[in-house]
Design a protein around this ligand. Structure first.
Ligand code: ADP
Ligand code: MG
Length: 454
């Protein structure tokens, strides 16, 4: 073999990983399509990747998988080497190429973006199963704005990293693709600027400002609910940028379909590209985030304290940071090693209560399965017989009515169903209530007993 024929090993490895379901189509497009085979021999394959960051992610996620697959195919222990691409193929301006790889000291090369926080970048963002997809797509957009994922919309609860991720896209483009103009704005400021432009008769300046950017990042678009005129304006801005293949990124506290008092045509624009959610992090990710935050703190906090915080603060990352800040401040103040006991005492008020303040999904599910005399497993399961699906719809309806859970969260608790299924169930029950006067009293009685009112 001449060296280049070893590409067969590479393509076969990918084919097998795909076939065995080790990597999804999304992962394939996101990561594997961006690696090019360069050369090989009996012991090594050399691949070309777009950035250091990309290489590190591949190593962390897939190296073991890839190397063991290659060993199976060739019967040899195989190692993979990475080379960082010198002239990344997606850059359209040759000027940018030299800056592309130097992500570590890029800050010195260009002034920080005036609207973006410098510490909101990918290197400070910990990837876990809760945000994997959102983070992967964000990175891809950071390297190639206006490409496959447009518009890109990140949704999820407060403090889960939406703004951090959105600004990371902005920073990545600002430093690596220096001819691209990035504009970041919260929906609230967008509304205020728009209103101001009407009052001061400067609407055309306002329009121009937003229509000549390459990347528009609008944070917290749920704030546009009820703002009819601003929605209208954004609709036109959206169209102008979208047609010019400019990148649009939005964040929202819920899936766009759940926005109320929102123009349908704008909602459907949001849904046109890629919508991904961020979920609350699990213990491991919370722990990893705390360790990451410790890198920028000079005080030493023992790992057992980080674990304690990760275990007990489960709501979101903002709360996690608040606990860490508190304990660091305390450690600095008293100047001694923090013990678990001290931390427990200091953080009592920060820990997530083990008694849920509102009704849990599980409680409703149990009550409904009992009332209809079906098993909990069936209620949450895949069966679609009427005996099961009707109680299931009722359970979803009641949860939606009396708890704060989003339809996404509810769907997850019903065997990982999609949020649209939950919305559909809700609608079905509402429709049925209109035609069947006996249904509402039953639902009311059930709700009262779940709430513990009787
Ligand atoms: P949101 O916009 O969803 O309300 P933010 O982006 O403001 O949340 O995140 C809240 C805080 O948590 C920020 O300080 C952010 O840096 C931090 N954070 C969120 N997710 C991560 C993560 N995966 N890794 C590191 N820090 C994170
Ligand atoms: Mg935010």
């Amino acid at each position: 073999m001449s060296g280049n024929e070893y590409i067969l090993f590479w393509t076969e490895a990918i084919r097998q990983l795909r076939e065995n379901g080790d990597i999804s189509e999304q992962e394939h497009d996101m990561w594997f399509k961006n690696m090019d085979f360069i050369k090989g021999d009996l012991n090594t394959l050399t691949l070309n990747v777009p950035s250091n960051f990309f290489r590190d992610q591949i190593k962390q996620r897939y190296l073991f998988l890839l190397e063991s697959r290659l060993r199976d195919i060739t019967g040899n222990p195989m190692k993979i080497n990475f080379e960082i691409r010198k002239n990344a193929k997606k850059a359209d301006n040759p000027k940018d190429l030299s800056t592309r790889d130097k992500t570590t000291n890029h800050q010195q090369k260009r002034k920080p973006h005036h609207q973006l926080r410098q510490d909101y970048d990918f290197s400070n963002f910990v990837i876990g199963s809760n945000n994997f997809f959102a983070a992967s797509a964000a990175q891809a957009i950071g390297l190639n704005p206006g490409g496959a994922y447009n518009p890109f919309l990140i949704y999820g609860g407060v403090g889960l990293g939406k703004t951090h991720l959105m600004q990371s896209i902005g920073n990545s483009i600002h430093y690596l693709l220096i001819d691209k103009k990035v504009e970041y704005i919260t929906a609230e400021t967008f509304i205020n600027e728009f209103i101001h432009s009407i009052k001061s008769e400067t609407q055309s300046q306002f329009k121009n400002k937003y229509r000549k950017v390459d990347v528009l990042l609008i944070d917290d678009i749920h704030d546009l609910q009820n703002k009819k005129e601003t929605q209208e304006e954004l609709f036109h801005t959206f169209n102008a940028l979208y047609e010019a293949k400019k990148q649009l990124v939005f964040t929202c506290d819920r899936p766009p379909s759940e926005l109320r008092n929102f123009a349908d045509r704008l909602k459907s624009r949001f849904e046109r590209g890629l919508n991904v959610d961020i979920q609350p992090p699990n213990f491991e990710t919370r722990h990893a985030i705390l360790r990451k935050k410790m890198e920028s703190v000079s005080t030493n906090i023992p790992d057992e304290i980080l674990e304690l915080i990760a275990k007990n603060v489960t709501t979101n990352i903002r709360d996690l940071e608040a606990s860490l800040t508190k304990i660091v401040a305390y450690a600095e103040l008293v100047g001694k090693r923090i013990t678990v006991e001290i931390a427990q005492r200091q953080l009592k008020g920060n820990f997530t209560s083990s008694i849920p303040s509102n009704i849990s999904i599980d409680r409703v599910q149990r009550a409904i399965s009992e009332y209809f005399n079906i098993t909990l497993a069936d209620l949450k399961g895949k069966k679609r017989t009427k005996k099961i699906s009707f109680p299931r719809q009722i359970a979803m309806y009641i949860i939606r009515e009396i708890t704060d859970y989003s339809t996404t969260e509810i769907g997850l608790e019903f065997g990982g169903r999609d949020h649209t299924t939950v919305m559909h169930a809700y609608q079905r029950i509402e429709d049925r209530m209109k035609g069947d006067p006996t249904l509402e009293p039953i639902l009311n009685a059930l709700t009262r007993s779940i709430r513990g009112d009787n």
